[in-house]
Design a protein around this ligand. Structure first.
Ligand code: IPE
Ligand code: IPE
Ligand code: MG
Length: 250
């Protein structure tokens, strides 16, 4: 593992990594366990990856923990996930504070049960002065929900004469997204062998490098993160230009 981490160029790290933490249910069922067992073990991976990102010096880490569509899962699973979320935040908030990690949440918080909102607000509060890794939890989040909200807010500004239609540009739109305070992710990782975006950061991933691995989320560890980073660093990010243009750039 030391070997892997040494292969990473610390001067060319992505500032922002986004992860779709997928495969908990299958991982559990493959060993004859209940899906919730998988979610429970997924927390271990969250701990390891948050630590790994903080150690290596990544500035922003967004974790897709619960999508708008996940509300349609069986009630026992939704309730189990909410309880796991609350107990994990309660246990970890102090560790986040001590490790200079600042927690953020994106998503429709009003959908969460009151006890979960309260626990999250406390954790947001006690970590708000931290200046190290920004840990962004996407909860009850989806890209389409976010874009719809942004469009409604912008339309309201126009209606109330606070904004001219002609003045709307990409910066305006960006300002109304839940991620307005964060740079776009340069690297998006999805575990468990699924090759889709599942309504995650639809706008922000426009130029992200996508990395897919078959590893199920409960088995994803720092070593897997390092592999993703090495793969990312081997890519040429062209942003529409030609390879030659990039090489001759000053
Ligand atoms: C990801 O694992 C966690 C959440 C979506 C909450 P899944 O629960 O989607 O696991 P699979 O994809 O069914 O294996
Ligand atoms: C995406 O995973 C959401 C999270 C990881 C929180 P899903 O497992 O819900 O996505 P689909 O349904 O397979 O696309
Ligand atoms: Mg899944």
């Amino acid at each position: 593992m030391d070997n892997l981490i040494d292969q990473i160029d610390k001067t060319k790290l992505p500032r922002h990594i986004a992860i779709i933490m997928d495969g908990n249910g299958r991982w559990a069922q493959e060993q004859g366990e209940d899906r919730l067992f998988g979610h429970f073990h997924g927390v271990e991976s969250v701990r390891d990856i948050v630590e790994g990102c903080a150690e290596i010096g990544v500035a922003y880490l967004t974790l897709y923990a619960f999508s708008t569509e996940n509300w349609d899962r069986p009630e026992y699973e939704v309730v189990g996930l909410m309880e796991l979320l609350v107990s994990t935040i309660r246990k970890e908030a102090d560790t986040l504070r001590k490790n200079n990690i600042r927690l953020h949440v994106i998503g429709d918080m009003s959908m969460l049960p009151a006890y979960a909102q309260q626990e999250l607000n406390e954790a947001l509060d006690i970590t708000s002065g931290n200046t190290g890794l920004n840990l962004i939890m996407a909860l009850s989040y989806s890209g389409r929900w976010e874009l719809l909200n942004a469009v409604k807010s912008i339309a309201n500004e126009v209606k109330n004469d606070r904004l001219q239609v002609e003045a709307i540009n990409q910066d305006t739109l960006q300002k109304y997204l839940c991620t307005s305070a964060f740079p776009d992710p340069e690297l998006m990782i999805r575990t468990s062998g699924e090759y889709r975006i599942s309504n995650f950061l639809l706008y922000q991933l426009a130029y992200a490098e996508l990395y897919f691995t078959n590893v199920r989320w409960p088995e994803f560890r720092k070593k897997n993160l390092y592999e993703a980073l090495i793969d990312y660093q081997g890519r040429e990010r062209r942003f529409g230009k030609t390879s030659n243009q990039l090489k001759s750039a000053p």
